[in-house]
Structure formats: structure tokens, C-alpha cells
Design a protein around this ligand. Structure first.
Ligand SMILES: *Cc1c(COP(=O)(O)O)cnc(C)c1O
Length: 455
């Protein structure tokens, strides 16, 4: 092990960033605005304020301010688990026999087990500051619901979580963690909302979807006085909060004079990827540096690599504003055999725009390849990775193996977004050889895209 670069680079607490970085400020062409789902006009602040907290509406619409100060109360919470380590994957490099230098930023070192807490605590803070009673939200795999319950309990806010039914049944312990932090958890679709009732009538016995849980959470927020809705990915405000990942990564790398060649993130709704890449994207957009940015998505939910760049609904119930994004259509539900998370049908509008402009690359990977990478990583680096994070691990390994062939000593950094302790059903399927690789046929994608609204 070289003694120049330590295995883990920890910033000091005092070196933790005191502002989030807003990459939109450095984009010459801004992402397209959210539009009202019925009028198709750009949404106004007033419309958004019925759904989201005031301060978060401001952040959502802010294309101009480069830095947004992180309030002291949020920084105090961050101190419980940040700065997070930037790890040099010496053991993985050795295992691969690659001349590449691999780093990962580890965000799983908190009880919620993922990066989602970075935005959850910000959203809870602004809800509290506005004097709200509580928030509603959805959760798919469970990480966001867990993060939001932790954040709400810290600020003494009520938290109502709609959890996609199949994961409610498959991950009872996730549910119990949320209840430990005081949240109420309802399997979605449920009979507690009009949209839930409608979906259950149309699709009896459905195991639910993220889009459907979002609709239920939004309906509950707008019909319950003192409540607003919060979302853990896709939105620009979430990407903004997650920029702390990239800023810490960049600060740690700068201390040791490390310059990455390739930056890799797994892509669900885009928040961790956008957060990790933001400061580096900023440099690229300002013409100060040149990086390869790679988004990695599941082959069974390939919004960037096979979707369309179009205005689409963000939720199944079609009540949220619409976003221009890479999407598979709001009715697209990945095959039931898909176990590895990242199942949202669309992609954050900033990243969609950057991908369309050719600044960001994307690729899709099959889930057995993802779990092979996960297992190799767990065995040599120690940490049991979340299946979502393992999409990024897969791509990092593939890039490192290319370096082995070419002899290039590239520096690769990827986001290790979380731990996989609640994903052992998926690991079990993989170990038992029962994991299938579902890749939607062209006709299936075409059918889903044919239903996109014409705007
Ligand atoms: C939610 C989640 C993701 C994907 O969400 P993004 O918004 O795309 O970052 C990735 N990894 C983990 C561990 C998650 O919990």
C-alpha cells in the first residue's frame, strides 16, 4: 500500500462545506421549467407552494445563485455523520490487477444507510422553519422513508410515509426502523386516498409502484392542513442538497492533488449522481477542466439509454407538475424480477439536459453483473454495498479493467451511496442462481413511450 494516499481521506469537521453548490448557475442553457399538468404553463411559485415548503420552492426554481448557504442547524445534524470518507480502493485495485486508481465516496455510514439523509434533513428543517405540523412522502426500497423519519424526529415533525406495497411486505425491518423514529407507514396503494382507491379499483391486487405512492403522498399533503410533500430524488432541490457529496469529494481530492479522469454514479432519479458530479460538472461547464461523467442505470429501467427526452408526468396519478426529462413514461413499471432498486421512470431535469447536451454519458447494466460486482467489492473492500450503489461499482470495475488492457493509469471515482443490509432477499436470489436479467424488448419501450403526453 502506497503511503502517499491514505486508505481513507477524512476532512476535518471544520472543512465541511458551508454552502451547497447549484450547478444550474453554470449552465449556459438552463433545464426546461416544470409545467402545470393541466394548463401546460410553467408552474408558478404559488402553485408549488401548495405542495412543497416555501424555501424549497425557491431552491427548486433557482437557476441563478451559484451557492446556497447551508443553515447552521442542518450543518449541526450533518456533523453526526459527515464529512463522509473518501476511500482509495487499494484492495479492489489489487484484486483487479489494474493500474487504475479507484476512489469511492461512502455515504452509507449513518443509520438510514444511504446518502438520502443529506436532503431529508434539509427538507425537514425548512418544513419546521415554516411552522408545519408534518410532511408526507413515499418510499420504494425504503431508504428515503427511513432518512425522512430520522430527519423528522430530529425536528419533532410528523412523518407519513406511503411505502410501495411489495417492499412493505418484503422489508418489514425497514418499516420498523421508520416506526422507531416515529413515522407512520402505510402500504401503497391504500384506501386512505382517492387516487389509491382509484388505482386499487383499476388494478386490484397490484403490488404498487413509486409513481403511485407519490400520488398518494401528494394528495394527503394537499388535503391535510399544516402538511407539505417531500421527495427524495428527481427534483433539482434534492440534487442541490446532495452537492455536499461532490464538494467534500473535491475538497478531499484537492488536499492530495488528485484529479479524477472518470466520475461514475448510479442513476435512479439522479440525486446522488448529480450531487457527486456537481462541482466537477461546474468546472467542465466553465471550461476549467475535462472529465468523463458516467451515469449507470439498470437494463430493466433504462430511462437515459432508451427513454425519450420529453415532458412527462412525475407520478402515476398525474397530479404533480410535469418535467422535461429522459423518461420511459409514467406508467412504466420495471419487471417484477428486477431486484436492484433504481426503478423510477424518469431522470432529474438538470441531468437530462446535460445528457442531451452530450456532457454526461450513460450506460445500462444487467442485474446479475451488478451483483457479481457487489460481491467482489464486499469481499475485498469489506463494505456490503446496496444493490443501487453496485451499479456504479460495476462500471468502475469495467473501466478499471479497460485500464488493465491499455496500461493507462486513470483515476476513477464513484459514489458508494449506501449499504445493502436490507437487500438480502435480492442477494439471496443472486446466490441461489434465481436472479433473472430482464431487458425490455424494443416494442415494450415503444408502447410505454407512445403514451407520453403530446406537448
Ligand atoms: C435512492 C438510492 C439511490 C438512487 O437514487 P438517486 O436519487 O438516483 O441517487 C442510489 N443508492 C441508494 C443507496 C439509494 O438509497
Amino acid at each position: 500500500m502506497s503511503n502517499e494516499i491514505p486508505y481513507k481521506i477524512y476532512l476535518n469537521e471544520s472543512e465541511m462545506p458551508n454552502a451547497w453548490y447549484n450547478v444550474r448557475a453554470d449552465m449556459k442553457e438552463k433545464p426546461d421549467p416544470l409545467i402545470n399538468a393541466s394548463t401546460h404553463q410553467p408552474v408558478t411559485k404559488e402553485e408549488l407552494r401548495e405542495v412543497f415548503c416555501d424555501e424549497l420552492v425557491k431552491q427548486e426554481l433557482d437557476n441563478e445563485n451559484r451557492f446556497i448557504p447551508i443553515p447552521e442547524e442542518i450543518r449541526n445534524f450533518y456533523r453526526m455523520y459527515r464529512p463522509s470518507p473518501l476511500v482509495r480502493a487499494y484492495f479492489l485495485e489489487k484484486k483487479l490487477g489494474t493500474p487504475a486508481k479507484i476512489y469511492y465516496k461512502f455515504e452509507g455510514n449513518n443509520t438510514s444507510g444511504s446518502h438520502k439523509l443529506n436532503s431529508a434533513i434539509a427538507q425537514a428543517y425548512y418544513a419546521k422553519k415554516q411552522g408545519l405540523k408534518g410532511v408526507t412522502t413515499e418510499t420504494g426500497a425504503g431508504q428515503w422513508g427511513t432518512a425522512m423519519s430520522m430527519a423528522c424526529s430530529y425536528f419533532d415533525l410528523d412523518c407519513k410515509v406511503f411505502m410501495v406495497k411489495c417492499s412493505y411486505e418484503q422489508k418489514p425491518f425497514r418499516r420498523e426502523v421508520m416506526r422507531t423514529y416515529g413515522a407512520s407507514v402505510t402500504p401503497s396503494p391504500s384506501m386512505t386516498t382517492k387516487v389509491g382507491q382509484q388505482i386499487l379499483t383499476e388494478h386490484p391486487g397490484t403490488s404498487g409502484s413509486l409513481g403511485c405512492a407519490i400520488s398518494e403522498a401528494v394528495e394527503t399533503a394537499v388535503t391535510t392542513p399544516g402538511y407539505r410533500y417531500v421527495l427524495g430524488s428527481v427534483l433539482n432541490q434534492v440534487l442541490l442538497h446532495q452537492s455536499i457529496i461532490g464538494m467534500e469529494t473535491k475538497a478531499a481530492m484537492d488536499q492530495y492533488g488528485i484529479k479524477p479522469d472518470i466520475i461514475i454514479g448510479c442513476a435512479g432519479g439522479g440525486s446522488n449522481l448529480g450531487g457527486l458530479m456537481s462541482p466537477f460538472l461546474g468546472e467542465a461547464l466553465r471550461g476549467e477542466a475535462d472529465y468523463r461523467f458516467i451515469a449507470v442505470e439498470p437494463a430493466s429501467c433504462p430511462s437515459l439509454t432508451r427513454g425519450a427526452f420529453a415532458y412527462d408526468y412525475c407520478d402515476t396519478g398525474k397530479i404533480c407538475p410535469m418535467a422535461k426529462m429522459y423518461t420511459l413514461g409514467c406508467d412504466y413499471i420495471p419487471s417484477a424480477s428486477h431486484a436492484g432498486g433504481l426503478r423510477y421512470h424518469g431522470m432529474n431535469p438538470i441531468l437530462s439536459k446535460l445528457y442531451d447536451d452530450g456532457i454526461l454519458e450513460a450506460r445500462s447494466v444487467k442485474q446479475t453483473e451488478v451483483f457479481e460486482a457487489a460481491e467482489m467489492f464486499a469481499r475485498v473492500e469489506g463494505t456490503l454495498p446496496a444493490p443501487e450503489s453496485s451499479h456504479a461499482i460495476r462500471a468502475a470495475i469495467d473501466e478499471a479493467l479497460k485500464c488493465k488492457e491499455s496500461g493507462e493509469e486513470k483515476t476513477i471515482v464513484f459514489g458508494l451511496t449506501g449499504t445493502g443490509y436490507f437487500d438480502m432477499f435480492a442477494y439471496e436470489k443472486f446466490h441461489d442462481g434465481k436472479m433473472e436479467n430482464y431487458v425490455p424488448a424494443d416494442e415494450e419501450i415503444a408502447q410505454a413511450l407512445a403514451k407520453l403526453p403530446q406537448i
